[in-house]
Design a protein around this ligand. Structure first.
Ligand code: ADP
Ligand code: ZN
Ligand code: ZN
Length: 744
């Protein structure tokens, strides 16, 4: 017998099959999906590969498979093939998502026996590292590879990193010496939930709305049928209780449940609710802060069918479950469900595909659903279930909007408005807690008039234009339209034009100046890098009478602090002016969620939103917590300007050290798709430099395409990649991303 295998490699030229003979003694052990070791090329070492087909014979002269290890099911291989086509990447890269983590690492066994070991964490801020990589300050390919790996995988040992990234120890040490990375001692905890003593809880009596939603979904579990549900309910309306009871039902039928949550909300607070209902033996947790040993163990427990409930971030959708009964995606609007690294998959799409194949319901939950999901619930693709009331009778907080233009007119130049200042002062007096939220994102800068709130937007795209300092120009990142930088506001003539991008550090200093006795704690990418540190900060805030928590996006999600009665949003505009068509949607989501942090129990909550654009509908609707009103306005705009869900945005990205080559490659790509794509459906923009465009020795170009992605177009894009690869643009890397999170 002969096996067709895929070599485990990211090299584009190895994205094809090779034949190997299956020796007699291995015939019983090699299946489609098996992981094997094969002699390859002129190298003396064995390469890892996966079997994707078994056949009688081969037309080539072939070598023997050397060894078989544990493998994947043929369903998983099929899914890997599908992902490879849909998200334009190598099959082997998709297979990796489904493999037991760590099996490739020889050190894993020593590691698991160790009690205390040293593992590597980032020392520098991720944004700074990204910037240094993009700007070419970090030149070494190997250094970049290591940093990119650790950005997503903190907590690995040096030998593990050596083996996974195929780089030597010396390079890792250099990065430690130069303070990009640091080595910290960590304790291996075999089961991340081991040390918790948690009381049991029982099913609560569901409210009428909860019961209706529960019955709808439960009937699909019973009938073993697929259906996609949107469980739309304000924060505190009891969505989690509905999940818990659905999972209970699934377990009673001896099936398993996958629950996806945004990485950041995988906190013990949240896990405790699951453990208290089901006990820790049945639960497996998967997220990037686990050590590789922990991840390996969790994966094995799932394979052995010991863990029945899998709770994890995006990649947990690939957990090797048996007998699936339901998939739940909490906070379904969260952007972390879309991967920005290759494979650039969308976990919601994958979940939908798996749910269909396994005939199980898929439940998407949110207080501020993704616009596309809500749109689909109107067209019948998704069944809408509403929870309109808070389950524990607490009231939604009062939200006040402060006009920062007015503050400025009154001579207040500080980051705190008069009202917010007074509210903080009052809270300090009453020994209540405050959260101050600063909406910082990326390093793109925009320009705004502090007098009237005017920002320069592209006249074609209605997207804020980004300031490029080295050319002193404003550019639209969508269509390439450029404008000169204005000195005076075109709207009101004022010269109070400012570049925006404020930091948490500056805010903390200002608070200390205004309130010298206030105890503060900061939570942002600078302070949250180490294992549990996110958790430590929140625990400190909760238990060590700290008055004010200052933070970025991270403070927004899913925490429950009974003593927080005041939430201040420093400048709501910073997310309103990112150069992205989702700017208003993100602003609405963030403001609504941040408002949900105040007054969770019996103390009434107050929220103050400071803004230069207080009349903007996303801020107005967030004040009233009125998602549906926001939806109506925004969906009309999307329709008019033709943005998702009315089309997909496809970005073909080029990255090259050769300027001529990148131009030739992108022009050839442009001509190719222009000829082949159906022009009725697709609008193709000419190739142009990316927002972060010419950077030392690497050029970045891209082609933007708007249209409805379909089978045929997908085929054409895959053809394009093959065509360009065959042309052999040696120095140019080409990627394709559909509806990326970040347009930069
Ligand atoms: P969500 O997930 O929508 O934010 P939760 O499920 O966390 O809402 O519920 C909010 C609070 O209401 C929790 O403290 C929860 O225990 C309580 N709760 C939920 N459902 C019920 C119910 N049917 N009866 C009483 N309390 C409930
Ligand atoms: Zn103005
Ligand atoms: Zn434009």
């Amino acid at each position: 017998m002969v096996a067709e295998v895929i070599i485990n490699s990211t090299a584009k030229k190895l994205n094809r099959t090779f034949d190997y003979n299956i020796p007699k003694e291995l015939e019983e052990l090699v299946f489609v999906g098996s992981k094997v070791l094969v002699p390859f090329g002129t190298f003396k070492t064995l390469e890892e590969a996966h079997v994707i087909k078994i056949k009688e014979s081969s037309e080539f002269k072939i070598k023997d498979i050397a060894k078989v290890e544990n493998g994947l099911t043929d369903k998983q291989i099929e899914l890997a093939n599908w992902i490879s086509k849909r998200y334009f990447c190598n099959v082997s890269e998709c297979i990796k998502l489904m493999q037991t983590p760590g099996t490739r690492t020889k050190n894993i066994n020593n590691r698991i026996q160790d009690k205390k070991i040293k593992v590597v964490y980032l020392k520098k801020d991720i944004e700074e590292i990204n910037f240094e990589i993009e700007s070419g300050k970090i030149k070494s390919e190997k250094q970049k590879r290591i940093l990119n790996f650790i950005k997503e995988n903190e907590g690995y040992t040096i030998p593990e990193i050596e083996s996974i990234t195929d780089c030597s120890r010396a390079i890792i040490n250099t990065l430690i010496k130069n303070e990009y990375l640091e080595l910290l001692e960590t304790k291996i905890e075999r089961n991340p939930l081991n040390n918790k003593e948690i009381e049991n809880t029982k099913n609560l009596k569901l409210t009428e709305e909860q019961e209706y939603a529960f019955n709808k979904i439960a009937s699909k579990i019973d009938k073993k049928e697929y259906e996609q549900f949107l469980l739309y309910g304000v924060t505190g309306s009891g969505k989690t209780e509905v999940y818990l009871q659905l999972i209970n039902k699934v377990i009673e039928q001896d099936k398993t449940a996958i629950v996806l949550v945004p990485e950041i909300s995988l906190t013990p607070q949240m896990l405790e609710r699951f453990i208290s209902r089901f006990g820790k033996e049945k639960i497996a947790v998967l997220h990037s802060k686990l050590s590789i040993g922990e991840r390996h163990d969790e994966w094995e427990r799932i394979k052995e069918n010991k863990a029945k409930i899998i709770i994890g971030a995006r990649s947990a959708i690939f957990a090797p479950v048996k007998n699936l009964g339901i998939i739940i995606i909490d906070e379904e609007h969260d952007s972390s469900y879309k991967s920005e690294a290759t494979p650039k998959y969308n976990a919601k799409e994958i979940a939908n595909k798996i749910a269909k194949e396994e005939n199980v319901p898929l439940v998407l939950g949110s207080a501020t659903p993704d616009l596309t999901t809500f749109y689909n619930s109107n067209s019948g693709k998704v069944t809408l279930l509403r929870l309109t009331k808070r389950a524990n009778q607490s009231n939604l907080p009062k939200v006040e909007i402060v006009d920062l233009k007015q503050e400025l007119a009154n001579g207040n130049r500080s980051m705190l408005s008069f009202d917010l200042y007074q509210a903080i002062e009052q809270n300090l007096k009453e020994k209540l807690q405050t959260i101050l939220f600063l909406n910082r994102r990326g390093y793109s800068t925009f320009i705004m008039c502090r007098n009237c709130g005017y920002t320069v937007k592209c006249k074609n795209c209605n997207i804020s234009m980004t300031y490029h300092s080295y050319e002193n120009k404003l550019k639209c990142h969508y269509c390439g339209y450029e404008e000169k930088v204005v000195k005076n506001c075109p709207e009101c003539g004022s010269d109070k034009i400012r570049y925006f991008g404020t930091g948490t550090q500056k805010l903390e200093q200002e608070i200390h100046k205004e309130f010298p006795n206030a105890k503060t704690i900061r939570m942002d990418v600078d302070t949250v890098t180490k294992k549990n540190s996110h958790e430590e900060i929140l625990n400190k805030f909760k238990n060590e009478d700290i008055d004010i928590l200052i933070g970025t996006q991270m403070v927004v999600k899913g925490h429950h602090f009974p003593k927080v009665t005041l939430v201040g949003v420093i400048a709501a505009d910073s997310s309103l002016n990112i150069d992205d068509y989702r700017a208003t949607e993100r602003t609405f989501q963030i403001l609504t969620q941040v408002a949900g942090r105040a007054g969770r129990e019996n103390l009434p909550g107050k929220v103050i939103i400071q803004s230069y654009n207080p009349e903007n509908f996303s801020i107005q609707d967030a004040q009233k917590q009125n998602y549906e009103k926001f939806y109506e306005t925004e969906i009309a705009l999307r329709k008019q300007l033709k943005y998702p869900p009315f089309c997909d945005i496809i970005i073909i990205g080029f990255n090259s050290s050769e300027e001529n080559e990148i131009k030739r490659a992108s022009n050839e790509a442009y001509e190719f798709i222009e000829k082949k794509l159906d022009r009725e459906n697709f609008k193709i923009f000419k190739p142009m430099p990316s927002p972060i465009d010419k950077i030392q020795n690497k050029y970045r170009w891209r082609i933007i395409i708007k249209g409805n992605m379909n089978e045929q177009a997908n085929g054409i894009f895959n053809e394009l990649l093959k065509e360009l690869y065959d042309k052999n643009y040696k120095n140019t890397k080409i990627t394709i991303d559909v509806n990326p999170n970040n347009m930069a």
